[in-house]
Design a protein around this ligand. Structure first.
Ligand code: SAM
Ligand code: SF4
Length: 504
């Protein structure tokens, strides 16, 4: 990994990490600074709130696992917690400003607990921590630790130092791979988290889209070695996980080191994972159109565990806007790619991310985006108003679009996407689909799971089905879920029965 690139910062605010004097992550991993939990000590309480993407959900789980090994027990509210972690998102301004209002509430909580003689510690982790560093403590002095996404493996040591009175900011991109310093997911936590698990296989991004902070907050592209991914996958499968979603900011750029030092593609990794007993389903997200390699397209046709669902953000349907965004693909190239993937996997469901009101976007550009949506037909999507992020090229442009224009376009785009989503869901009615049962449903005797196309399904079925892949006939499509009935093994449809009788 290129250390210089990893050390790229959103804004150089002169905030030197004090990592230099501190023990390194390696010391912590060797246990020099991390004594195990004291069996006699009462357990300390940990509250983690995660904002933003799946990657943050995964990181929050790993922080919980890490502090669990130090004797912390997770709690669902910040009130009684000894350590409160906000795992933050910097992708849009609203997401990062939300953190500061949340910190205001936590400051009051900390003051109230101080009156009882208690001293909860407040940690800001994630991408806001990376981008804002020491500025966070300047704006909110109640914060004890600021730790970026590449350094959270050092949390136990950072909390100890904060406990001794230091104001801790750790927002460097350390050269070593943090994953090597994290404990494997503990069995009990994995069982509690359910049958579908996230597994980070890739981090960071070298693409530098002109609207996006990820290359600055998560650093350069990095792929975990195949063996490390397989080990983590096996530990999850041993505790009942049936579905893995491989995650990364640019997951299809994965090129992890495999046997003999050879680079393995995402398709190769999926093939390795598919060999593991017990793994029913593989998904991956988020992909960039330019990294959609032929072997990955082929894997959608040949690997039964790989689900027919692809999140492939296009952002805009206008070539001028895509160029200004530095996406390095055109709308036509995206449509060709969709056609190639669908040719190999005709039932593939597609989803995308869209941004409205990128600087310079005209009504004609926006019409091109609507036309692309019409041409593709998406099963689901995420869409956002452009939010200028400090330090990114888009934010410097003079031709920013008015907020009301961004909003109007966003509403029009979302109306079309919603129509497509509902129509996709309705097209399932009458079909029999394989459903991975994830949990009990909301009502007594109900089970809930997901179709191959990532739709939630509710049906009558016992809790004993959790973890099973069952056949469900879809009877109705609601606004957010499908409703079905469990098909008994060997059961044939009424028309098929009639046809069989006729043939007999
Ligand atoms: N790597 C993925 C890709 O290439 O599309 C995207 C990852 S990014 C974390 C998730 C989504 O956030 C992006 O696809 C984009 O639509 C949205 N996003 C990123 N920066 C944004 C900004 N400044 N304003 C609005 N939306 C933004
Ligand atoms: Fe951000 Fe994705 Fe572009 Fe990377 S490829 S800069 S993560 S939008």
């Amino acid at each position: 990994m290129d250390d210089k690139r990893r050390a790229t910062r959103l804004e150089d605010r002169g905030m030197m990490s004090d990592a230099g004097e501190a023990k390194t992550g390696l010391d912590v991993a060797r246990g020099e600074a991390a004594p195990g939990p004291d069996a006699a000590a009462p357990s300390r309480k940990l509250f983690i709130q995660s904002f933003g993407c799946q990657m943050n959900v995964y990181d929050a789980q790993r922080m919980s696992d890490l502090l669990g090994a130090e004797g912390y027990e997770e709690t669902q509210t910040p009130e009684g917690a000894d350590v409160i972690v906000l795992n933050t998102c910097h992708i849009r301004e609203r997401a990062s400003e939300k953190i500061f209002s949340e910190l205001g509430r936590l400051r009051d909580l900390k003051a109230a607990r101080a009156r009882e003689g208690l001293a909860p510690q407040i940690v800001v982790a994630g991408c806001v921590a990376q981008a804002e560093g020491a500025e966070i403590q300047r704006r909110q002095s109640a914060v004890d630790v600021v730790v970026g996404p590449q350094s959270y493996h050092r949390l136990p040591e950072l909390l100890r130092r904060a406990g001794e009175g230091a104001r801790v900011v750790e927002a460097e991109f350390p050269a070593q791979d943090k994953f090597g310093f994290l404990p494997p997911p503990p069995a009990a936590a994995t069982r509690r988290r359910g049958v579908s698990a996230f597994l980070t296989v890739q981090e960071g991004c070298d693409k530098f889209c002109s609207f996006c902070v990820v290359p600055y907050t998560r650093g350069a592209e990095f792929s975990r070695p195949v063996a490390a991914v397989l080990d983590e996958a096996k530990a999850l499968l041993d505790e009942g996980v049936r579905e893995l979603t491989l995650i990364g900011q640019n997951v299809n750029a994965y090129h992890g080191e495999g046997p003999g030092g050879r680079a393995v593609s995402l398709a190769g990794l999926c093939a390795e994972l598919a060999r593991l007993p017990g793994l029913a389903r593989i998904r991956y997200t988020t992909s960039h159109p330019n990294d959609m390699a032929d072997d990955l397209i082929e894997a959608h046709a040949t690997l039964p565990q790989l689900m027919p669902y692809l999140h492939l953000p296009v952002q805009s349907g206008s070539n001028a806007v895509l160029k200004a965004m530095n996406r390095r693909h055109t709308a036509g190239a995206y449509l060709d790619l969709v056609a190639r993937v669908r040719a190999r996997r005709p039932d593939l469901a597609l989803s995308s991310d869209f941004i409205t009101g990128f600087p310079g976007e005209t009504e004609a550009d926006f019409a091109d985006t609507l036309a692309l949506i019409e041409a593709v037909g998406f099963a689901a999507s995420f869409s956002f108003k452009y939010s200028p992020r400090p330090g990114t090229p888009g934010a410097e442009r003079a031709d920013q679009i008015d907020e009301d224009v961004k909003s109007r376009r966003l509403h029009a785009l979302q109306a079309l996407l919603e129509e497509q989503r509902q129509s996709f869901n309705r097209s399932m009615v009458g079909r029999r689909l394989a459903v991975l049962v994830e949990k009990r449903g909301r009502h007594e005797g109900q089970a809930a799971g997901k179709t191959p196309y990532l739709q939630a399904v509710h049906f009558e079925g016992g809790a004993g089905l959790v973890g099973a892949c069952v056949e469900v006939e879809i009877m109705a499509a609601g606004p957010n879920s499908l409703y079905g009935r469990l098909v008994a093994p060997g059961e044939v449809r009424a028309p098929e029965r009639a046809a069989r009788r006729g043939a007999a």
